[in-house]
Design a protein around this ligand. Sequence first.
Ligand SMILES: N[C@@H](CCC(=O)N[C@@H](CS)C(=O)NCC(=O)O)C(=O)O
Length: 199
Amino acid sequence: MKLYDLDLSGNCYKVRLFAALTGTELELIPVDLAAGEHYTPTFAALNPFQEVPVLVDGKTALRDSQAVLVYLAGQLQDRAWWPEDPTSQAEIVQWLCIASSEIRDGPNAARLIRKFGYDLAIERALLVTQRLLPLLDRHLTSFEWFALGRPTIADCALFPYLALAHEGGIDVTPFPALTGWLDRVRALPKFTPMPGIRG
Ligand SMILES: N[C@@H](CCC(=O)N[C@@H](CS)C(=O)NCC(=O)O)C(=O)O
């Protein structure tokens, strides 16, 4: 399977992290966003939304990191990361949706603005983050992992932009349950870091 990838992308890292933790083999195809490689017709044929990551498995081309996590985890023999029953799946999807909404609009947006100079509203990014972090911290005060009492794809989807929050000028240290969970993810066997995230 091929992953169209960017090393500095937290969305791509969600997939690289899951692959490392589960021993899933991926061929990484770097896409140079700075050079506009994602605007080429060849890439647009894979993902009309012109974003990474994209996973290609034979004739299947999938965009969106959450969708890719579901696809990869659903292929494993060990279904602990994405079980088959609807109740467990729904519990995980609740958190995948937070990853693609509040995390994107909060800590991810703050990093895009402050590290990469994107023209987005910092006030809104900080407001979303300010509301989000206490909610996550409260959840993690009662639970060791986001869903099902064990590591799942929910943790892979939420980890990158929370661990990269400092690059958006966001301090997570006032949230002890959240920082404890970040450390637990880092301590998972076969954990892999990315630039900006210590191992
Ligand atoms: N919902 C998508 C979002 C993907 C996304 O935003 N990718 C960024 C890199 S992290 C991108 O390709 N941006 C293109 C651009 O900035 O022009 C996902 O979760 O994979």
